[in-house]
Structure formats: C-alpha cells, structure tokens
Design a protein. Structure first.
Length: 184
C-alpha cells in the first residue's frame, strides 16, 4: 500500500510541479526560448491546449494551467485518501487540495532561492538556462526584499529574508491545517 501511495504522489507530484512551474514562468514572463521552459511547454501542452478552449486566460495569466494543477492535485489527494481508506468529505478534499498547492508554491520559491544562492557562490555562467530561469522566477520575491534590505558591505541578505518569510508562511499553513484537523 505504501509503495502505491508513493507512486501516486510521485507521478502526480512531478506533473503538478511542471504545470505550476509553467504557470509561474508565464506569469513572470520568463524567456520562452529557454530550453527548460521549452521542456515544460512540451510536457504540459497535451492537456493544456484542449483545456484552453474551455478556460480562457485572464490578463496574461494562464488560468487553464491553474485549473489543470488544481484538478490533478485534487485527484492525487482523493486517490491517496482512498488508498488509506479515509475518503474525505467534499469540503475537506477542496481544502486539502488548496493547501497542497500552496505548499508546493512555497516550496518552489524556497528551493529556487536556495539553489540560486548556492549557484551565486560558485558563480556559474549567467547565461546558463537554469540560472536564467531561476533568476526570472525568483525576481518577484527578491526585488521587494532587496529594496527593504539593501546589500550590507556588498553582501545581499535579501534571500535570507525571503527564505525566513517563506518558512514562516509554511509553518502558518501547517498550524492552520493542524487547527482544522483538531476541530473534527
């Protein structure tokens, strides 16, 4: 049973991650010709192209990707709950789905910033596709933090500020889920 749950979470998790990354990279207007972005486009196009006929975009946001990520996460949460023999109610299912997507969003930015910081220590080629995508993806969080906490003696501490904020949000999310679980 555990192996099946692992397999379901892994398969759905990777694809939900790909769809979420595609949405985020479109939102930040990342370079479409970047090989990593092209990879995400190719693996997510099969379900997204037909879904776009039903779910239009809004102000440059790919709402079809949001709907697809939500639907896939919903199926994953439902399958795992059924495999555990604990079918959730409709409200719990929706709440768990939203919470899982929020956790994924926080983790994408958390790990993106951590990887970007580590890469800055080894000073890779700034034109490398992964470095460019990470910089474009994390810029919406890092720019405000850099204005709030400018470099001190040439050391940029803004990533640390953003990481602390993301971990704080993650802990708030866990507390909220624990509170809801205690109310049952």
């Amino acid at each position: 049973m555990t192996a099946t749950i692992f397999l379901v979470q892994t398969i759905f998790g990777f694809y939900v991650l790909a769809v979420m990354l595609r949405f985020l990279l479109q939102w930040v207007r990342a370079d479409f010709y970047n090989p990593l972005v092209q990879f995400l486009v190719r693996i997510t196009n099969p379900p997204l192209l037909p879904l776009r006929r039903i779910v239009p975009g809004y102000r440059g946001l790919d709402l079809a990707a949001v709907v697809l990520a939500f639907a896939l996460q919903l199926v994953e949460v439902l399958l795992v709950a059924l495999l555990l023999g604990q079918p959730p109610g409709f409200g719990s299912l929706l709440l768990l789905t939203v919470m899982e997507l929020l956790k994924l969003l926080i983790n994408i930015y958390l790990w993106g910033i951590i990887i970007q910081v580590v890469l800055s220590w080894i000073n890779p080629d700034p034109r490398h596709p992964a470095a460019r995508v990470l910089a474009q993806l994390t810029a919406p969080l890092l720019r405000p933090a850099q204005r709030l906490l400018p470099p001190i003696s040439g050391v940029d501490l803004s990533p640390m500020l953003v990481v602390v904020a993301l971990i704080f949000l993650s802990l708030l999310l866990q507390d909220f889920l624990g509170l809801l679980a205690g109310l049952r």
